[in-house]
Write a protein that binds this ligand. Structure first.
Ligand SMILES: O=C(O)CCC(=O)C(=O)O
Ligand SMILES: [Fe+2]
Length: 358
């Protein structure tokens, strides 16, 4: 992490040119090591993909409350569903946002350890009410997933870390979890001190890719001096964010970004955003020989290229009591944000230690 004062931009349209690719690798190294966050432009999909996502996202949030509540996140054990305003905590404070989390795809039968529930089912809105919603967002997730893989390759080129070892920490059928979020504009009469849009946190993901749908300047990243640096929406871009498992799996070469959404000014319009996050495979654990081998390979690369970098698994891949896999840690993180749902579906996990934002 560094005392950066602006969020860098990676233009993927330059990747095909060998000289530009080298420059992008250098920039990516700066992004993952010093900032943890950047804009990604020159995306391989057209503006119509964003346009469709915006329309469907706004249509969903405009549904009557009782229709959205049919998809309540508490209906299923995998934290996939709708969260109304005032039911989610970050940094021990209630966030002012509502959101819908969906996932794609599902690898056949869901069975085995409790964390397998994270795969699904997803609660999609009624197709007779929003006929194009499900196909639009499955398509959106596939497009963003392609970008994530390009960025993951660029991360390994930039850092010199072993690509096969890193990729072996992901599932063949990778799950992408997407969250569409509405931050309601506070009434003009609200006192600004009482508001939290989304508190300071690091994502539990490997990386997250955010589409800022509206033009509010609210997303911010914290630099090493503790200053909050604005990440204003940039048309046609995604915001790339390194998460905690991204830091863990690269032994601290990549830094998880601490970020937040600043409270909207009283009287402002509603803000919308759509994030797609990817995780390491849910069964990854340092107890698993294949994971151990991959991590040793990565760690040797880090030791050789970055002498002096602290070998920082930041607890994420280390087993801790029952939190002995990525899947259990992800479930636990959700439990911190949704204690009542954890109590309902996974009471045996309520006592486990740790903190985080899901
Ligand atoms: O709304 C945004 O722009 C960011 C959301 C975010 O950071 C999160 O949901 O973890
Ligand atoms: Fe986040």
């Amino acid at each position: 992490m560094s005392d950066f004062t602006a969020i860098p931009t990676l233009d993927l349209s330059l990747l095909g040119d060998p000289d530009e690719r080298k420059a992008l690798q250098r920039l990516m190294l700066h992004v993952v090591r010093d900032v943890g966050m950047c804009y990604v432009t020159g995306l391989p999909f057209g503006q119509e993909v964003f346009g469709k996502a915006k329309v469907e996202c706004e249509a969903f949030f405009n549904l009557p409350e009782q229709e959205k509540k049919k998809l309540d996140i508490g209906n299923v054990p995998g934290f996939l569903g709708y969260t109304a305003v005032g039911t989610e905590y970050t940094d021990s404070k209630i966030d002012t946002r509502e959101h819908l989390t969906v996932a794609h795809p599902i690898p056949g039968e869901i069975e085995g350890p409790v964390y397998q529930n994270l795969w699904g089912p997803t609660q999609w809105p009624d197709p007779t009410i929003l006929p194009e919603f499900t196909s639009s967002f499955k398509n959106y997730m596939e497009e963003v997933a392609r970008v994530e893989k390009v960025l993951r390759d660029l991360m390994t080129e930039a850092t010199g870390l072993n690509r096969d070892a890193l990729n072996s920490l992901f599932d063949q059928t990778q799950q992408y979890r997407m969250r569409m979020i509405k931050y309601p504009g506070p009434p003009a009469s609200t006192s600004a001190e009482d508001l939290q849009a989304l508190g300071a946190h690091q994502d539990h993901t490997f990386v997250t890719l955010i589409y800022q749908v509206t033009d509010h300047v609210a997303l911010q990243a914290r630099n090493s001096k503790g200053d909050w640096i604005d990440c204003p929406p940039k048309p046609g871009s995604l915001v790339f964010v390194v998460g905690k498992s991204g830091q863990a799996a690269t032994f601290g070469v990549c830094s998880a970004a601490t970020h937040r959404v600043a409270a909207l000014a009283p009287g402002s319009t509603d803000r919308y955003s759509i994030s797609v996050g990817t995780n390491l495979r849910y069964d990854a654990s340092v107890l698993l020989p294949s994971t151990k081998q991959a991590l040793e390979t990565i760690q040797r690369g880090v030791d050789a290229r970055y002498p002096g970098i602290e070998n920082e698994l930041n607890g994420y891949l280390n087993p801790l009591g029952p939190l002995d896999t990525v899947g259990m840690k992800v479930l636990h993180n959700y439990g911190v944000s949704y204690p009542e749902i954890m109590e309902r579906w996974h009471p045996e996990l309520v006592q486990t230690a740790g903190t985080g934002n899901a």
